[in-house]
Design a protein around this ligand. Structure first.
Ligand code: AMP
Ligand code: MN
Ligand code: MN
Ligand code: MN
Length: 281
């Protein structure tokens, strides 16, 4: 089964339009594909309206917080018109707007004026504003050399542009995904830089709140860490999901559809999708 259940378009911080991302999914001959933009389903609504040989599953990557740590939760196969999902996403939009105003003020105090206005020029009409849009503007203005420097100096964890936002807590996000008949997936668990003990606590809390699956493939991690993660996911009887976290065709390390198969020891999350297709393997 060829899948990619974690990808971004220009509806949030991805480079390509939703339609262009779908075309890549078609070229990759995916069986299941989910566009999971940050806190918005605008792109998903666009591509769900198109005819495609790929089975498009609704998706979103929701920013949340657990024990003071920013954690991303992917929603899959939910009803895109469900009031609980729409209300969650409307709140996320407001949080992002408020956060962007604070980032703008803080950067201005450090000699970088009008960054919000600049960031918005990289953020198409319906797109969700995020730190990558600020980073792009800062690069183009010559404030920093590249995206990495923008995050390392100003926007990344612990820096002034890493504004502690009012993201909803993990339980609230999982509850909204479940209420809208979707499946909640813990995104890139090894990227939170937690000890394994703390990660295990996060996964347990996630499962208790009604979470369904954990991403176990699709990001750069050592085999050793991945094996430990897979073991924990199995012990907790959570399902497995996977995605490339595609943003930009120039990011060679995250190409759409380029993910290893899910481990045979875990139940794949797509077994719970409402569009059932035969497994060709
Ligand atoms: P936001 O949604 O505004 O919180 O921004 C998070 C996004 O910024 C992530 O989804 C990545 O695409 C990008 N990002 C986060 N950290 C870094 C980093 N250190 N370098 C480059 N991009 C990053
Ligand atoms: Mn992103
Ligand atoms: Mn993420
Ligand atoms: Mn992502």
């Amino acid at each position: 089964m060829k899948i990619d259940l974690h990808c971004h378009s220009s509806a949030s911080d991805g480079k390509l339009s939703p339609h262009a991302v779908l075309q890549l999914a078609e070229q990759a001959e995916l069986d299941y594909f989910a566009l999971t933009d940050h806190d918005t389903i605008q792109g998903v609504l666009e591509i769900l309206a198109l005819e495609s040989p790929v089975n498009v599953i609704s998706g979103v990557e929701v920013s949340s917080v657990w024990m003071g740590i920013a954690v991303h939760i992917i929603g899959l196969d939910f009803d895109t018109d469900h009031p609980e999902m729409l209300s969650l996403l409307e709140k996320q939009r407001l949080v992002r707007e408020q956060r962007a105003l604070i980032i703008d003020k803080r950067l201005a105090l450090h000699g970088m004026p009008n960054t919000l206005e600049g960031a918005l020029t990289y953020c198409p009409d319906l797109g969700q504003i995020g730190r990558p849009h600020f980073a792009q503007f800062m690069v183009d203005q010559g404030f920093v050399k590249n995206h990495k420097q923008a995050f390392d100096r100003w926007l990344g964890a612990g820096k002034i542009g890493d504004v502690k936002s009012d993201w909803p807590d993990l339980n609230t996000v999982v509850a909204a995904i479940n209420a809208s008949n979707g499946l909640a997936v813990l995104a890139h668990p090894l990227r939170y830089k937690l000890t394994f003990t703390k990660l295990r606590r996060l996964m347990t809390a996630f499962q208790l709140s009604g979470g369904a699956a954990v991403e176990v493939v699709g990001h750069q991690v050592s085999d050793d860490k991945r094996q430990r993660l897979i073991q924990s996911v199995a012990e907790l009887s959570l399902m497995a999901s996977g995605g490339s976290d595609f943003h930009d065709p120039e990011w060679r390390w995250a190409q759409l559809g380029h993910i290893p198969p899910l481990p045979a020891t875990l139940t794949p999350v797509w077994q719970k999708f409402r569009k059932v297709i035969e497994d060709k393997i």
